[in-house]
Design a protein around this ligand. Sequence first.
Ligand SMILES: [Zn+2]
Length: 339
Amino acid sequence: MRAREAILIRAASAGLGLALLVGCSGAGSDSAAGTGLSPSGSPSSSPPAPTPSPTTSATPPVGPTGPARVAVDVDAVVATIRTLSERIGPREATSAAYREAATLAADRLDDLGYRVRRQSLQVPAGVSWGVPVRAGRTHNVIAEPVGFEPSEPHLVVGAHLDTVPQAPGAEDNGSGVAVLLEAARIVAQAPPAVPVVFIAFGAEEPRGDGDDRHHYGSRAYVADLSSAVRAALIGMISLDRVGVGSRVPICTGGRSPRTVADRLARVAQRLDIPVRRCFDNRSSDHWSFERAGLTAARIGSTPYPEYHSAEDRIGVVELRQLARVARLLTETLRTWPAG
Ligand SMILES: [Zn+2]
């Protein structure tokens, strides 16, 4: 999957068999037959368009600079969502299933060559989407590149790994975790100019009402940052519910500078990926960063009927949307300018 064709198609005889080159235009092509994904997830068969030239507008250029492009493996994204939602299932933040999912994420990131550590935290008892939950411990899985110096400029990409107790969480948030792991693979293979820290957050889901009973893992991460590391953090991107819809939501909570969100939007425009902007979304881990005065954005949040229910299964997620988000994220990281 390393050749520079606009779209790479792997042998499709035994399943999905799709890979997209990061940066190609359009939503990708190939058949999703046999994936078990929803029909709207089936990519169209439109031909690939040529890669656009760098823009010369007044906005900072987001050109095809940086390391070589690496193809997004949508098969791998779907396989991870299946593992999380079907094999592991609901993974409330203090549960054994959560620990299993965290081990899976940590092992994958370790295998990719990251320096992986866990940040443990206590969460209170409460009610999570109508279901009582116990007090207990959960943890974040934090993956840094080898040689990473936290006081140097860097980006954070995060996705919450937990679910509400009743949901297997294919879309919320197997989708975000799966795209995070695929982006981590690509970044490890072709490191961009700006280092990226990847974090699977624990206990994002609510244990009651209000900001202080939500987003425990990301709040703990932010609270632990020294002033030097805070100053070095260029921005954070939260991946949360990224596999549904035909446009990619790019949001902030309205408090963050729009630096990260605007750059994502410019890259999306270059890649011909349709987006929906919003500035009032406070329901994911980006909000923990915004509340603390840091720059952040969220990708994802399209509503869907199976949200926080036992029906949030693999059939909910859509191949084309996962491909759009993975391409948008990895191309944004790849071309983020140093300095
Ligand atoms: Zn979520």
